[in-house]
Design a protein around this ligand. Structure first.
Ligand SMILES: Cc1cc2nc3c(=O)[nH]c(=O)nc-3n(C[C@H](O)[C@H](O)[C@H](O)COP(=O)(O)OP(=O)(O)OC[C@H]3O[C@@H](n4cnc5c(N)ncnc54)[C@H](O)[C@@H]3O)c2cc1C
Length: 415
């Protein structure tokens, strides 16, 4: 390759890494790009792992973020099954577990996050799963079927999505949650109450305000979960869905500034020149929310940061940062969330007329929308996102009236 463009190494082949590859080529980078991944398959969509793929309704090829020929056509060197074990910032080298040394001129870290595991008795028995990658999904799928008993520890989005998929497959599902309500860290009470009832109506058993004392096994296989009050729940499999931690050990070892994730600016620049970081592993500013720093685990965030890094490397203006947003699919429900309800002082709930299980919750700070949660209400989600970005006062009486389409309020908010 005859070019003066820098050789770029991307460490991590997930949503952020693969989008960085594509954004760099789209932005005109014609230098060498090497993508290093410790997985054995090309970058793929992770969200279906708790949804369609877990149910057996999708193939691996359908999960690929881009077809194999994309990497050939765009002259991307992809190293699979290649685990990085060190970053030498002085020599500008990534070291792999097999001893290879990969040189870079610019380095983009995109190692994502890791699922937290239980510690305590029985945590490493067979049949105790986490769900982060395709191998996890395949192992869990093999344990779920008609009449099998699945205990899910943690009622966050991944736990609830797996519960919905497992019920669709005919499994008996019990969800254990330490907090008094489900989704307590990530959704308001109204929304968590709705999802609790919806799952319970479909046969999911919830135990909130409980903690796990031990997992018990027979011949190395998990067979029950013991709660701290001594109750024992028999099971055939356990999913631990208690959140994730940033995969930032290599970054810490390399001396990058980290604090629950690699600290980056809006362009994805870390504290060391020439090293960028993107995706789940980062903590980033979000201009819509003042000086606060965010570690977001979502596909839109990974895509947003990948675009920003490519623009910065190519000397182009940074794209306007998107709001934090997220979605979750459970049964026939599509939940979409935009914004974060910091400083919210009231909520407005809009039930879509004549449509069951369709509503939205607008979180207000005074007369401004700061976040929206929408269930089967895509129109309210899109309008809510625009209202948040506009940061203009809205007519509360109109927003409270579900017969008035939320998008019509955009005109009065100056959009
Ligand atoms: C089951 C599941 C369901 C989800 N559902 C949704 C959803 O509905 N909506 C949504 O917005 N988000 C969802 N997410 C979150 C979303 O998938 C992540 O936010 C997104 O994948 C982040 O992209 P990333 O590139 O930062 O990390 P990842 O996609 O995790 O990619 C990181 C990659 O780096 C590799 N890696 C790590 N360390 C090394 C190393 N030392 N050497 C080489 N390679 C390494 C990892 O193996 C991995 O391939 C879900 C996640 C999971 C697990």
């Amino acid at each position: 390759m005859t070019t003066n463009a820098p050789r770029i190494v991307i460490l991590g082949g997930g949503h952020a890494g693969a989008n960085a590859v594509a954004s760099l080529r789209q932005a005109g980078h014609d230098g060498e790009i090497v993508m290093i991944s410790d997985e054995s398959v090309l970058p793929y969509h992770r969200p279906p792992l708790s949804k369609a793929y877990l149910k057996g309704g999708s193939t691996l090829e359908a999960l690929y973020l881009r077809p194999a020929k994309f990497y050939d056509t765009n002259n991307i060197e992809v190293l699979l099954d290649a685990r990085a074990t060190g970053i030498d910032t002085a020599r500008k080298i990534v070291t792999l577990a097999d001893g290879r040394e990969i040189a870079w001129e610019l380095l983009i870290l995109a190692t994502g996050s890791v699922a937290r595991r239980l510690d305590g008795p029985g945590a490493d028995l067979d049949g105790v799963h986490v769900l982060r990658d395709i191998k996890d999904a395949e192992a869990l799928h093999a344990r779920i079927g008609e009449g099998s008993r699945l205990v899910i520890i943690g009622a966050g989005y991944i736990g609830l999505e797996v519960a919905a998929s497992a019920r669709d497959l005919g499994a008996e599902v019990t969800i254990l949650e330490r907090e008094p309500r489900i989704l307590s860290r990530v959704a308001c009470e109204e929304l968590s109450g709705f999802f609790h009832r919806f799952h319970a109506d479909r046969g999911v058993v919830f135990r909130t305000g409980v903690s796990v004392a031990a997992l018990h096994g027979e011949k190395g296989e998990v067979c029950s979960v013991e709660l701290s009050d001594g109750e024992v729940l028999p099971c055939d499999a356990v999913l631990v869905g208690i959140g994730g931690s940033p995969c930032d050990a290599l970054a810490i070892g390399a001396g990058l500034k980290c604090d629950n994730g690699v600290i980056v600016d809006l362009a994805g620049r870390s504290s060391i020149p020439g090293i960028y970081a993107i995706g789940d592993m980062t903590r980033r500013p979000m201009p819509h929310y003042g000086d606060r720093m965010f570690r977001l685990e979502s596909v839109p965030n990974a895509v947003d940061q990948a675009r920003a890094v490519a623009a910065d490397i190519m000397g182009k203006p940074l794209p306007a940062p998107d709001l934090p947003w997220f979605w979750s699919d459970q049964y026939e429900l599509k939940l979409q969330i935009a914004g974060v309800p910091f400083d919210a002082d009231r909520q407005i709930v809009r039930h879509t007329p004549d449509k069951e299980n369709s509503f939205s919750i607008f979180h207000m700070s005074g007369d401004r929308v700061v976040a929206v949660e929408a269930v089967n209400a895509a129109g309210d989600f899109v309008a809510g996102k625009k209202l948040i970005m506009a940061a203009q006062p809205v007519d509360i009486a109109k927003l409270s009236d579900p017969s008035i389409a939320a998008k019509t309020l955009l005109a009065t908010s100056g959009d």
